[in-house]
Design a protein around this ligand. Structure first.
Ligand SMILES: [Zn+2]
Length: 50
């Protein structure tokens, strides 16, 4: 196995329990990634100080 440049192929999107958008990607070699995008805007369940 020599140097290998991963090619991230999009595998779709999902949403976490926190409402974050999660992008799933994988390479032909089997490596996988997840990229989390913080939810924008309202944050109804965010714990606050009060
Ligand atoms: Zn790869």
């Amino acid at each position: 196995m020599g140097d290998h440049v991963h090619v991230r192929l999009g595998q779709g999107l999902s949403v976490s329990e926190q409402g974050e958008l999660i992008e799933h990607s994988r390479c032909r070699c089997g490596a996988t990634w997840t990229k989390v995008f913080d939810a924008d805007g309202e944050d109804p369940d965010r714990p606050g100080p009060s």
